[in-house]
Every structure is written in C-alpha cells, then in structure tokens.
Unconditional design. Structure first.
Length: 259
C-alpha cells in the first residue's frame, strides 16, 4: 500500500470504530430515563423567566464588575512591572505571583468572611464580588498587558519622546492604546474565565434576587431532583461564552491580517 492508501485505511478504521461506539451508546441508553433526568420540559419551563432575568443578568453584572476592576488594576500592575524603580517591580511581581498561585475560592472566603471579621466592616455584596474577581483577574491581566506593552515597537516611544512628550503621556497616548489592540484576544479569554469564576459568588450567601446561574441551578436541582436545571444553567453560560469565543477568533483573524 502507498502512504496515501495507508492513511485512508487508518482513517476509515477510526471512523468505523467511532460509529460503532456511537451505535453501542444509542442502543444501550435508556432514553426515557435520560429524558426525565436531563431533559424534563416541565422543570425547564419552571425555571423561566427568573433564570434569565435574575440569574443570567446577575452573572453578567458580577463578571463585568470584576473585569472592570481587574482591568484597571492590571494595567497599573503591568506598568509597575515594567518600571525602572525596583520596589515597584518587586511589589508587582509579588502580587502577580501570589494571586496567580492562590485559588479564587480562597480569595472569596477571605473577602467574604475573613476581612469583615478581622476589621469589623460589612462590605456590600457587589463590592465583595468586584474585589474578589478583580483581584484574581488583575494578576493575569497584568501579565497580558505587560506582554502587549513590550510588543509595541520601541521606536514608537522614541518617536513620541522626540516630539516632546513626557514618558507618562507617551505611555497613555501612544503605547497603551496600541498594546490594547494587541492583547484584545487574550483579554477576551480572561473575560470568559471570570464569567465562569463568578459561580463562586454562592460562597458569600445570596438572597434570591442576587442568585447567579450556578446557585440558581443548584437550588432548582434540590427542589426538582432533576439535572435539567444544571443543563439549562450550562446553556445560559454558553449564551455568554460562545459569542465571546467567536469574538476572540475574529479579533485573532483581524490581527493576523494586519500583520
């Protein structure tokens, strides 16, 4: 057999095995039980419209709060990481390594319970969520922004300085805007990750009007003894993340064409 014939034969065997496996699953599955466990239409209908008007909206709000705070803090940390002042670099590196190494779960617990107990302060629920998601996200955004700033040609800064701009103005007006265009795809990926991390908000204890998708799905699961609420909550997450994934691919395609 020629090399092409061997490749075709191997591919045909792979397809045959895959088809046989799918047929075995189809024939062995109890479709009635699966429908009751995962695709109960009555349970799914009982979730609406609250799963959209409350849970989905809250998930988006929590994500945007965390991402907004994390983006601002991440840019500051990236500039500190690139600073000529050693203490600034040391602080930025320590922050980034710490929050990239600590699970977001512990950050939520610390801000939701540790800080109020230690300092006798009551943080607003939205402020706690913004800080918890933002502090974790900022560590990753900082490294992304640092890479973007370093990817801008050095001649851009030299040209700006030759026109009489200060270093700060050149960074704000010339370098950082170009860096944002470079890092838009990975920043969008970070937004997707924060969307999924928002499921940890349940640790803080939520009222019904503060439920996000995961908490809403878990409570509905306990009430209905069906996995349908979890499936519907997963679809709602996809409503957020799939368009963001499409946006990332489009941005990467545009960046590739520009290069």
């Amino acid at each position: 057999m020629t090399r092409r014939q061997r490749v075709r034969a191997i591919r045909a065997v792979q397809y045959a095995v895959l088809i046989a496996l799918l047929l075995a699953i189809v024939l062995a599955a109890d479709w009635g039980e699966l429908r009751r466990a995962f695709f109960d239409a009555e349970v799914a209908r009982s979730l609406f419209p609250e799963i959209i008007t409350t849970a989905l909206v809250n998930t988006i709000v929590y994500t945007l709060l965390g991402f907004g705070f994390g983006l601002v803090l991440g840019v500051v940390l990236a500039l500190m990481r690139l600073s000529q002042v050693p203490p600034y670099r040391w602080l930025a590196v320590a922050y980034i390594e710490f929050f990239r190494g600590v699970p977001a779960l512990l950050v939520f617990i610390a801000l939701g319970f540790g800080v109020p107990l230690a300092f006798q302060v009551a943080l607003d629920r939205y402020v706690t969520v913004m800080l918890a998601l933002g502090l974790v996200g900022a560590a990753y955004i900082a490294e992304t922004m640092r890479a973007g700033i370093q990817a801008v040609p050095k001649g851009q800064m030299e040209a700006a300085r030759s026109l009489g701009m200060s270093h700060t103005r050149a960074m704000a007006s010339i370098i950082i805007p170009q860096a944002f265009r470079i890092v838009l795809p990975p920043l969008t990926n970070e937004l997707v990750l924060l969307t999924k991390d928002s499921s940890l908000v349940y640790l803080l204890g939520l009222s019904l009007d503060q439920y996000e998708l995961s908490k809403f799905g878990r409570d509905a699961l306990n009430q209905n003894r069906s996995l349908t609420p979890i499936l519907v909550a997963g679809v709602c997450y996809l409503i957020i993340t799939v368009p963001l994934g499409q946006l990332v691919r489009r941005l990467e395609s545009r960046a590739a064409k520009a290069r």
